[in-house]
Write a protein that binds this ligand. Structure first.
Ligand SMILES: [Ca+2]
Ligand SMILES: [Ca+2]
Length: 287
């Protein structure tokens, strides 16, 4: 994916976004935006700047359960009303999703996932609600030939981890206080991260929950790693394609007729005859 080519489009998309995203900009570096945008672009295969349930399910190799993806699209955690009505998610809502998914330790993401799990919205995560999500996790584990923990045992573990103020009733405050909300959430809807937590020894999980004031947040770590991967991919693409990448071709497929016509220029063996490519090269140089 030769993403710098799309930098122009990216800026337009961002400028058009709601205040929510603008409020976030002060917390984000350019690298963070670059990573979010690339992730969005990858999922938004028809590039209409919206993603649907199927698109979102592909995030991180289907790591998130279908029940949770459905729940996200139910409108419970999205600001854009079209998410529920038309089944499509905007870039702004994707930003919230990605940050919440990649860093489940912040107050905002704990609220995000709590609302998703709290099916009846009564402010308490009931056994029924947790079992509803856990069932799919069990099925997934079985297909991976891993024997899942029976729900009752899992529930005991989770109650032990969260230690709710009122026994048996997990509230938002309990999750915020316990410092292990990320382990709790991944248990119920992210199989990949659940298995990662399982592989760690219990003491390291406890240490994980300790305050890490000078360390990077989970989100910052994720963004830095992904940014390095994207830059490496891009560099590799540039070397192979001399500045022109197949993603560009994919990007202009379909209804964008004028740009499809321009594709003819790309087919000419010497790309330097095309004005468009000069622009690309300029942007690549800029990079
Ligand atoms: Ca789309
Ligand atoms: Ca509830």
């Amino acid at each position: 994916m030769n993403t710098p080519v799309f930098r122009g489009e990216m800026n337009v998309a961002l400028l058009e976004e709601e205040e929510d995203v603008n409020q976030l900009t002060e917390y984000f570096s350019y690298e963070h935006f670059y990573v979010i945008y690339c992730k969005f672009w990858e999922l938004d295969t028809d590039h209409d700047l919206y993603i649907d349930q199927r698109d979102l399910a592909r995030h991180n190799d289907q790591a998130i359960s279908h029940k949770m993806i459905e729940r996200i699209f139910s409108g419970t955690v999205t600001k854009d009303k079209r998410v529920q009505r038309e089944g499509r998610m905007s870039y702004a809502d994707f930003v919230w999703f990605l940050i919440s998914e990649e860093d489940k330790k912040t107050a905002i993401s704990i609220e995000y996932w709590f609302r998703c799990l709290d099916l009846d919205g009564d402010g308490i995560l009931s056994m029924y609600e947790l079992e509803y999500f856990y069932q799919e996790q069990c099925q997934k584990l079985e297909t991976m030939a891993i024997e899942p923990l029976p729900f009752e045992d899992c529930l005991c573990q989770m109650l032990d981890l969260v230690k709710p103020t009122v026994p048996g009733k997990i509230t938002l405050q309990d999750l915020k206080r316990c410092r292990l909300a990320h382990v709790f959430f991944d248990t119920f809807f992210n199989i990949e991260k659940y298995l990662e937590h399982e592989q760690k020894d219990p003491f390291s999980v406890v240490r994980d929950g300790e305050p890490e004031s000078q360390d990077l947040s989970d989100w910052e770590k994720y963004a830095a790693e992904e940014y390095d991967i994207l830059v490496a991919e891009e560099t590799a693409n540039e070397q192979y394609n001399d500045g022109y990448d197949s993603a560009v071709e994919r990007g202009v497929s379909g209804e964008l007729v004028p740009r499809t016509e321009k594709r003819h220029f790309f087919d000419i063996p010497n790309p330097h005859c095309s004005l468009d490519l000069e622009q690309y090269e300029y942007e690549d140089d800029f990079e």
